[in-house]
Design a protein around this ligand. Structure first.
Ligand SMILES: NC(=O)c1ccc[n+]([C@@H]2O[C@H](COP(=O)([O-])OP(=O)(O)OC[C@H]3O[C@@H](n4cnc5c(N)ncnc54)[C@H](OP(=O)(O)O)[C@@H]3O)[C@@H](O)[C@H]2O)c1
Length: 343
């Protein structure tokens, strides 16, 4: 098999292909011949030594993929060789062959291509659990989606639309036309516009009911101000740590010092909530993830969700794919092709 590993921490060029023996599934695992892998921002952070809990180099990366089951462990009953599946994986999906626990595998919906299957699990489950499990998002409410043109952002737009929500999205200016096409009511260029003022204008001074914010310290302060009564701010990433191609001590210190502090008494008297979400830290709460997957598959069957795929790179160009995302060129998901003709 071939896998893409981080040979050391650093710029995208540290991603290299290496050859290994094919893995053998353990009793509760399936072995999948991978076709496409979805790249997630956390992998860029792991490559830059900015993601606590990620394996140390040399190590494979990757949290999701889509392929065909080749072999099953002896305790696996729900799947068989030949099944097309989407899957979660813990740092193993930048590879042609992936062994993963049967509980992390989802049958590929009939309506989905293999590429859509690779662009689905992580970002849709993240958006769904934030919006509906934590955020209690309802019809007619307004959501502010930061990073609206990204993987999680485009998934959240489709979910908000499926509920009949009003959507405000922030992104780089060039993505606004595409965001409007997806159903965003108000777009804000966070680089040049006053986000707080634009949100107040768009909501008649009321503020928003739900905000999902992966940007970091300074943005969380602005987001908090944008909340309506009973509004909820969900923090779920910190992209401000990522500046340049590799880890920078001063950038990280600046970001740590910019973190807001919330006082419980203020949260109470202002009727605002601040919550955190981390899919990678949900061990022991698998039934909650499964409930989200079931809800999502219902929406897929109703034709309400269709992953936005921006670009597919052959796995031999994983470094270029990481750089593309870091250059903020993606609208939706970027995939790696691990299929037979990928090289
Ligand atoms: N907590 C969780 O469980 C969880 C799960 C999934 C993802 N996440 C987080 O959610 C965020 C989005 O993830 P994603 O995989 O969907 O990625 P993504 O949104 O596709 O990320 C790329 C986009 O982020 C924006 N961006 C903001 N700051 C950036 C920076 N410093 N460097 C490069 N791009 C930057 C750019 O768009 P614009 O310029 O248009 O804003 C860029 O195109 C990430 O922070 C990720 O870690 C968290």
């Amino acid at each position: 098999m071939k896998e893409v590993i981080i040979t050391r921490y650093g710029s995208p060029e540290v991603l290299q292909v290496r050859e290994r023996r094919n893995p053998t599934p353990r009793s509760h695992e399936v072995l999948v011949r991978n076709q496409f892998t979805g790249i997630n921002f956390s992998e860029i952070m792991a490559r830059m030594r900015l993601y606590p809990g990620a394996p140390k180099p040399p190590a494979c990366l990757g949290s999701e993929a889509c392929g065909i089951i080749e072999q099953v462990g002896r305790e696996v009953s729900q799947f068989k060789p030949g099944d097309k599946v989407m899957l979660f994986s813990k740092y193993k999906s930048y590879a042609t062959h992936i062994c993963t626990d049967q509980n992390l595998v989802i049958p590929l919906p009939e309506a989905f291509s293999m590429q859509e299957g690779a662009a689905f699990p992580l970002v849709y489950v993240t958006a769904y659990m934030m919006m509906f499990d934590l955020g209690n998002f309802r019809e007619g409410e307004t959501i502010l989606i930061h990073g609206a043109g990204g993987g999680v952002g485009t998934a959240a737009i489709q979910l908000a639309k499926s509920m009949g929500g009003n959507i405000i999205g922030t992104s780089s200016q060039w993505k606004h036309e595409k965001l409007n096409e997806l159903g965003v009511n108000h777009c804000i260029d966070y680089n040049t516009e006053d986000v707080y003022k634009k949100v107040k204008d768009a909501t008649g001074n009321r503020g928003v009911d739900l905000i999902i914010d992966p940007v970091g310290g300074n943005n969380w302060k602005i987001s908090y101000k944008c909340l309506a009564k009973m509004g909820k701010l969900i923090v779920y990433g910190d992209q401000n740590f990522v500046k340049g191609k590799s880890f920078n001590f001063f950038v990280s210190m600046k970001e740590l010092l910019s973190m807001p502090k919330y006082k419980p008494i203020d949260l109470m008297s202002r009727n605002k909530s601040v919550m955190g979400y981390h899919l990678g830290r949900l061990d022991g709460a698998e039934e909650k993830i499964q409930r989200a997957v079931n809800g999502l598959l219902r929406l897929v069957n109703e034709g309400k969700l269709s992953p936005v795929i921006d670009k597919v790179f052959p796995y031999t160009q994983s470094a270029e794919a990481h750089q593309y995302i870091q250059d903020r060129k993606n609208f939706g998901k970027v995939l790696l092709n691990f299929g037979d003709n990928a090289e």
